[in-house]
Design a binder for this molecule. Structure first.
Ligand SMILES: Cc1cc2nc3c(=O)[nH]c(=O)nc-3n(C[C@H](O)[C@H](O)[C@H](O)COP(=O)(O)OP(=O)(O)OC[C@H]3O[C@@H](n4cnc5c(N)ncnc54)[C@H](O)[C@@H]3O)c2cc1C
Length: 478
C-alpha cells in the first residue's frame, strides 16, 4: 500500500481507523468460506462522506476497493484480490430511524441483522430476512449477497425488503436509488444493486421494509425414519396450499451431532427431522396446524411435537440453529454448499450427494431449507489429513449434480470467488456480457470488488484455491 494513500486515509478517517501492518491484516484475509488473501490495507470509515473520500483517494492511487460487513460470507465475497483496499462498515452501525407508519427503517450498512429486528419489535414490527448468521451478519452484507434464511420461504430474500439505498460509486459520487416509498418512477435499480456483492459500489444507507409481527406462530418438529419420508411430507404440506413461514430439514448425521453436543434428546433412530413453522392469523394457524400434524403422520412421522410456548419454540429451533456448530465435533473443517434444486428432486439429489461424498471418503451432513429446495450439503473433513483439492473436486461434482437436476448455483450465499468460474455452466457468454455492461454503468473501470461474480478474471489468480476451482470448472464443462 503506497504510504501516501495510507496517510490520506488516516487524514479522512483518523489514525486509529486505518490498518496496514501485516499482523493487523490477518483477520481480514478471509470470510467464513475457503479462500484467503491479505488486503493491502483496511479502513474503517464512520460516515458516508468518509466512505466517499476513501473511494476517491483509492481511485486517485489506482487501488481497487472491497466492501466488508461482518465477514460471515461463505463465498469469499470480501476476500481482497488485486491488492485491494478493504472498506469495513463496522462503524456505520446506526439505526437512523424507524418509521412505524411507513413500516420502514433507515439504517446504516454495519447494523447487525438481529439488532434491527430487536429495535423494530418495540413497534410490533420485524425485519423478515433472517439468515442463520443473523446474530453477526450486517445489513450491508445481507444486501450485498441478497441473503435468505429459514423464513425466506414465506417472505422472500432480502431483495423483497429493500426499498432504497444510498451508495458510494466507484468515482466517489454518493447516489441514491429508490427511497422510503415503494415503486418510485424511473428505472428501479434497487433489485440490481441487491445481490451485486459489492461490485457496483458501497451501500452507505438503506431504507428497509418492516413487517407487522404475526398474530400467531406455530412451530412443529416431526421425526421420520429417513430423508425420503420427510421430503414427501414436506411436498404434501406445500401441495395443500399452506405456505409455511419456514420448513427446514436435518439428516441423520446432523441429528446425531446435535444430540451429542447439546441437550435436545432427539430419538436416535430418527433419519430426518422436519421443522415447520406457520404464522399469521390465529384461525389460519389453527387450520394449518391440524393439516401439518396429520400429513406428517400420514407420511410416516413417528414423533410430531408442537411448541406450546416461546420457550418450547426456542427449544425446537435449537436443534436447527445449533446444527452447524455441532458438526465441529465430527471434523474440524467443513465446506458448506448452497445449491438449489426443484423441491421434488431433493431426495434424489441428496442420494447422489451422499454417493459422491462416500466415493471421496468424506462425511456429509445435510441441514437445509427444504421448503424452497435450497440444499446445504456440508462436507466434513480434517484439513490436516485431507487434501483440499479432493474436497473441491467433490464439491464441483455436487454442484454439477444440482445443475443437472435443473437447479441454480447459489440459493443465498452469493457467487463471490467460490463459484465465479462455474457461472459458465449456467450462463451463455452473451448473458454474462450483458450483465458486465450493467455493471459498467456503475463502475466502468471495474475497480469495485474485482475478480468476483464473473468468471475468467485473472485478478484473484494468486489465490491457490481459486486456481483449483478454475481448473475444475473448465475440466468438468457441462
Ligand atoms: C453459520 C453461518 C450461517 C449462515 N446462514 C446463512 C443463511 O441462512 N442465509 C444466507 O443467506 N446466508 C447465510 N450465511 C452467509 C452470510 O452470513 C450471509 O451471506 C450474510 O449476508 C453476509 O453478511 P456479512 O455482513 O457478513 O457480509 P460480508 O461477508 O462482509 O460481505 C458479503 C458480501 O457483501 C458485500 N458487502 C458487504 N457490505 C457491503 C456494503 N455496505 N455495500 C455493498 N456491498 C457490501 C461484500 O463485498 C461481499 O461481497 C451464513 C454464514 C454462516 C457463517
Amino acid at each position: 500500500m503506497p504510504s501516501a494513500l495510507v496517510a490520506e486515509l488516516q487524514r479522512i478517517c483518523g489514525q486509529d481507523n486505518v490498518f496496514w501492518r501485516p499482523d493487523d491484516l490477518i483477520v481480514f484475509e478471509y470470510d467464513a468460506g475457503f479462500d484467503r488473501q491479505p488486503p493491502s490495507a483496511v479502513v474503517v470509515p464512520a460516515t458516508a462522506e468518509e466512505v466517499a473520500g476513501v473511494v476517491r483517494a483509492a481511485k486517485a492511487a489506482s487501488v481497487p476497493v472491497v466492501a466488508r460487513g461482518a465477514g460471515t460470507g461463505l463465498s469469499g465475497g470480501t476476500v481482497a484480490c488485486a491488492g485491494a483496499l478493504v472498506v469495513s462498515t463496522n462503524r456505520l452501525d446506526r439505526i437512523i430511524r424507524i418509521d412505524p407508519q411507513a413500516r420502514a427503517a433507515l439504517v446504516e450498512p454495519g447494523v447487525v441483522n438481529l439488532e434491527l429486528s430487536r429495535a423494530a419489535r418495540q413497534h410490533r414490527l420485524f425485519f423478515a430476512p433472517d439468515p442463520a448468521s443473523q446474530r453477526a451478519s450486517s445489513i450491508g452484507g445481507n444486501i450485498g449477497t441478497n441473503a435468505g434464511g429459514p423464513h425466506a420461504l414465506r417472505y422472500g430474500s432480502v431483495v423483497n425488503h429493500v426499498l432504497g439505498v444510498e451508495m458510494v460509486l466507484a468515482d466517489g459520487t454518493v447516489a441514491s436509488f429508490g427511497g422510503r416509498a415503494p415503486e418510485l418512477p424511473g428505472y428501479d435499480c434497487v433489485p440490481f444493486i441487491v445481490g451485486s456483492e459489492g461490485t457496483l459500489g458501497i451501500v452507505t444507507k438503506a431504507w428497509v421494509r418492516l413487517l407487522p409481527l404475526p398474530e400467531d406462530v406455530r412451530t412443529f418438529t416431526a421425526l421420520f425414519p429417513d430423508i425420503d419420508a420427510g421430503a414427501r411430507a414436506a411436498t404434501a404440506i406445500i401441495a395443500t396450499g399452506i405456505v409455511p413461514a419456514a420448513m427446514e430439514m436435518l439428516d441423520r448425521v446432523t441429528i446425531e451431532a446435535v444430540n451429542a453436543a447439546f441437550d435436545v434428546h432427539l430419538p436416535p433412530e430418527a433419519g430426518s427431522l422436519l421443522l415447520v413453522e406457520v404464522e399469521g392469523l390465529r384461525e389460519e394457524c389453527e387450520d394449518a396446524a391440524d393439516a401439518i400434524g396429520s400429513l406428517c403422520r400420514e407420511h410416516g412421522a413417528f414423533d410430531v411435537r408442537m411448541a406450546r410456548s416461546q420457550a418450547e419454540r426456542d427449544l425446537l429451533w435449537k436443534a436447527r440453529k445449533m446444527g452447524y456448530p455441532a458438526l465441529a465435533r465430527i471434523k474440524p473443517n467443513n465446506y458448506l454448499h448452497d445449491a438449489v434444486v426443484p423441491r421434488s428432486k431433493v431426495p434424489a439429489v441428496l442420494r447422489e450427494v451422499n454417493a459422491i461424498a462416500a466415493r471421496y471418503g468424506l462425511i456429509t451432513a445435510n441441514m437445509f431449507h427444504i421448503g424452497d429446495g435450497n440444499l446445504h450439503p456440508i462436507l466434513l473433513f480434517d484439513a490436516r489429513e485431507e487434501k483440499i483439492e479432493r474436497v473441491m473436486e467433490a464439491s464441483a461434482e455436487i454442484l454439477k449434480v444440482a445443475i443437472d437436476a435443473g437447479g441454480a448455483l447459489s440459493g443465498e450465499h452469493g457467487i463471490g470467488l467460490e463459484k465465479n468460474h462455474f457461472m459458465f455452466w449456467v450462463y451463455a457468454p452473451e448473458d454474462l456480457e450483458a450483465m458486465q455492461r450493467g455493471r459498467d454503468a456503475f463502475d466502468p473501470e471495474r475497480v469495485m470488488n474485482p475478480g468476483k461474480v464473473f468468471p475468467g478474471g485473472a485478478q484473484c489468480a494468486a489465490i491457490p484455491t481459486e486456481r483449483i476451482k478454475r481448473g475444475l470448472a473448465e475440466g468438468m464443462w457441462i
